[in-house]
Design a protein around this ligand. Sequence first.
Ligand SMILES: CC(C)(COP(=O)(O)OP(=O)(O)OC[C@H]1O[C@@H](n2cnc3c(N)ncnc32)[C@H](O)[C@@H]1OP(=O)(O)O)[C@@H](O)C(=O)NCCC(=O)NCCS
Length: 154
Amino acid sequence: MKKIKLKIKTPKDSETIMTEVVCPNDTNPMGILQGGKLVQWMDIASAICAQNHTENICVTASIDNVKFKTPAKVGDIVTIKAKITRAFNTSVEIFVQVWSKKVISQKAYLINEAYFTFVAIDDYGNPCEVKGLKPVTADEKKQYNAALKRKEQR
Ligand SMILES: CC(C)(COP(=O)(O)OP(=O)(O)OC[C@H]1O[C@@H](n2cnc3c(N)ncnc32)[C@H](O)[C@@H]1OP(=O)(O)O)[C@@H](O)C(=O)NCCC(=O)NCCS
């Protein structure tokens, strides 16, 4: 396994915000954003977050607790926030939340959230050590502590 010189980073350092507009091609015949399309956007946002933290190529290892709470419709503005909760040995857990906003009313709703796990990969395709994470805020510390239990359950 490739060893790297570790440097501690905070969750804010790699926090990633991605914005999309729901277009007709992204929807089902009811004009509702397809679940697979939304998960693809979430995967991209969380991969950017994981790679900015690890400064390495990362692959998706698992996705848990994907919850489709409310539909997004054509024309809605979708904002995806990806934030690292914990760095382990070669993997990182990323918490992703998604909001959909109506253009006219400017009302935003939480439509989805999920935990993604990424594994950092070296030049030979083997998992490699990731940088440490120092949670700062009370919420970051709560997520950090709970992440270990989620990893054990996985
Ligand atoms: C993810 C992958 C690299 C793990 O490789 P592996 O040889 O099984 O790795 P190991 O058993 O040594 O585990 C390495 C890390 O991955 C984590 N991991 C492995 N499988 C996992 C899973 N299903 N869910 C969450 N984490 C997982 C381990 O917990 C470990 O983390 P840690 O080092 O931080 O404790 C490998 O299974 C793989 O390449 N999968 C395909 C990935 C892919 O194609 N993704 C979609 C495109 S990006």
